[in-house]
Ligand binder design. Sequence first.
Ligand code: SF4
Length: 347
Amino acid sequence: MTEKILEVKDLEFSFDTYAGEVHAIRGVSFHINRSESLAIVGESGCGKSVTVQSIMRLVPSPPGRLKGGKIFYFGKDITNYSDRQMEKLRGKEMSMIFQDPMTSLNPTMRIGRQISEGIKKHEKISPDEARKRSINLLKEVGISDPERNIMRYPHMYSGGMRQRVMIAIALACNPKILFADEPTTSLDVTTQAQILEVMNHLKQEFEMAIVLITHNLGIVARFAERISVMYAGKIVETGKTNDIFYDPRHPYTWGLLNSVPAVGKKRTEKLPTIKGTPPDLFMPPKGCAFYDRCEYRMKVCKENDPPERMIGEGHYASCWLLDERAPGIKPYVVKRHAGESSGKGVM
Ligand code: SF4
């Protein structure tokens, strides 16, 4: 039976700045089950990182402000937990891997101490036990000779090794849910694949839920079981990985898929891009936020925010093209290879 670990309902989060209120998250809802991997994808600035940071209460307030919505952890409402209660959850129950391991690790502390710090904070454990656990964690994430490497400093590690250390730190207290914010961005393709393999292995071994934040759809295809596509502070489409790759229903998802480089594509072929820029979140539009960039836009889209519609089991999208009154448009084709059809469109 699937067990829901985290459920987020209508989350709204803003930043109060001198220039006004930035509506960063505008009603985000999603859930994740035990041993499941969910990817949240979208362009930079769409609110992916703020969503998870606001769940973990990592955004300073002010300027950050939770405006609305509910967060449930194992069915328990943690929305109004105090900072002290959240401190107990962070690290032990939910953990996070940040984008840049070089700036996230303390350059003046040995790796072993950085891993064992979290363990000692949450558990009554002797220094010797904490050291043994740290060595085991380094082994788990694939670092060779952990007894020696535990004594080293971050600058003595390669980029891939530092990211593995970040994973080890995040796993130190066996969290139930791991948020990975662009964990492979600064790594080469081979190391990216190794890190994803480590995360996949750990997910199965510890029955952990993993929320992966990324803009890289190639990574998502290999790693995630479900995908939520985010645009301008909202989730515009969500579904199983196959739904999103083979039966996408939102024009923004189409644009993202089309802009993925593919093996077999002619070198002379220009990679399509999504024209225009996301809307200003100081003044979010009244209707569909994708309106200015959407080649299928209709009159209704400008003034009315599209409601979320169910397409199939677990597959939802918010677009007026899904309305029965919308005009039919040509079947959509995701251009992975020249001439290859791997998706179908609306109507
Ligand atoms: Fe395009 Fe309209 Fe759908 Fe928005 S609601 S994505 S503007 S068709």
